[in-house]
Design a protein around this ligand. Structure first.
Ligand SMILES: [Zn+2]
Length: 129
């Protein structure tokens, strides 16, 4: 395992496994302005030019709301879902036969429509994150 030597302001401040360096940069234990060297290298190199902290995936700030209503412009994450049919009919089918009930429940889930919580419009723009 190759050890990497880290220097700050001309002084060696530690040595780490090569694969741990990027994580330590992310934790600010090692700074991009520090220098690193390992056996076989002819000179020290700046950390920032070699090791970059692993990028964390998260929604962009302007993109954290998934749905946009095309009618009133409201942005939201949880649309109001409206299913066709009724719970009573669903219950009735389930009592008659679990197979019929299963079909009815599946049909309702498939036909569920997403609505804007503000104006009840179905014209929503769905941005996949
Ligand atoms: Zn709306």
């Amino acid at each position: 395992m190759a050890k990497i030597h880290i220097a700050r302001n001309g002084k060696i401040i530690g040595e780490h496994d090569e694969h741990a360096v990027a994580a330590l940069v992310a934790l600010r234990q090692i700074l991009p302005t520090d220098h690193w060297w390992k056996k076989g290298m002819t000179r020290w190199l700046p950390i920032g030019s070699t090791f970059n902290p692993p990028e964390t995936r998260r929604p962009k700030p302007d993109n954290h709301l998934r749905y946009t209503c095309e009618r009133c412009g409201t942005r939201f994450n949880e649309p109001v879902e409206q299913k066709s049919g009724s719970v009573l009919t669903e219950l009735f089918y389930w009592i008659c036969s679990p197979i019929a009930g299963g079909f009815y429940t599946a049909g309702r889930a498939l036909s569920a429509k997403k609505h804007c919580p503000n104006c009840d419009s179905q014209q929503l723009r769905d941005e996949p994150w």
